[in-house]
Write a protein that binds this ligand. Structure first.
Ligand SMILES: [Zn+2]
Length: 160
């Protein structure tokens, strides 16, 4: 992919702590926004992340990219509508918090609702590592970083 990328915004930039705004259908369907999603995905790939959220490049809108299994998906206005009581320990890092890794407790299973890049609303059950990535990215659009939730720090983890 020969594509431009964005610089990553790093902690402690205040905008990473802001609640991002909801996107309208009109905004999603513009060619500019579609190109933006591709550039966001390219940024994630270049930085070797398995997910990225729009606030991480300094645009506080509710758009995330997830790539836990090698298939790049863009999701707009994502929300968790159901979460298991069972929690799992996840080893996480973040492109916006370089060199720092920690154990975060996440829901084992979640049901998510989001619009795909064409504006179609979808609902799905997610478990395992993809569920971790969804929770990490949704935290980003709510102004939360994994270090806020980490129970203890570790030497290495995945860049989510
Ligand atoms: Zn992150």
């Amino acid at each position: 992919m020969n594509q431009e990328t964005f610089p990553i915004v790093k902690d402690p930039t205040p905008s990473l702590r802001e609640h991002s705004r909801v996107l309208s259908m009109d905004e999603i369907l513009t060619p500019e926004f579609q190109a933006y999603l591709d550039k966001l995905a390219a940024t994630m790939l270049v930085e070797d992340g398995v997910g990225i959220a729009s606030p991480q490049i300094g645009r506080n809108i509710r758009a995330i990219i997830i790539n836990p299994t090698g298939t790049i998906e863009s999701w707009i206005n994502p929300e968790i509508i159901k979460a298991s009581d069972t929690m799992v320990e996840s080893e996480e890092g973040c492109l916006s918090v370089p060199g720092v890794y920690g154990i975060v407790k996440r829901h084992k299973k979640i049901r998510v609702r989001a619009m795909n890049r064409h504006g179609r609303m979808e609902e799905m059950d997610v478990k395992g590592f993809p569920a971790i990535v969804w929770q990490h990215e949704i935290d980003h659009v709510n102004g939360i970083l994994f270090v806020d939730k980490a129970e203890r720090m570790i030497k290495t983890g995945k860049h989510i």
